[in-house]
Ligand binder design. Structure first.
Ligand SMILES: [Zn+2]
Length: 62
């Protein structure tokens, strides 16, 4: 993965960046927001797939 501070590549399991020394563990508030956003993305993807199939039906019926 890429360090969010210095953009250098660091190991996936690293807790501290070996390049800049910053803490790579996510604060709980950010982890919660991240989980929430992942959920939102999943629901939007479902919506998009649904709309895509509706459009396909409309095109077929034209
Ligand atoms: Zn770094």
């Amino acid at each position: 993965m890429r360090c969010m501070f210095c953009a250098e590549d660091v190991r996936e399991e690293a807790l501290v960046c070996r390049h800049c020394g910053n803490d790579l563990t996510m604060p709980p508030s950010l982890a919660a927001e991240n989980a929430h956003l992942k959920e939102r993305v999943a629901s939007l993807q479902r919506e998009l797939a649904e709309l895509g199939s509706k459009i396909a039906v409309l095109k077929k019926n034209r």
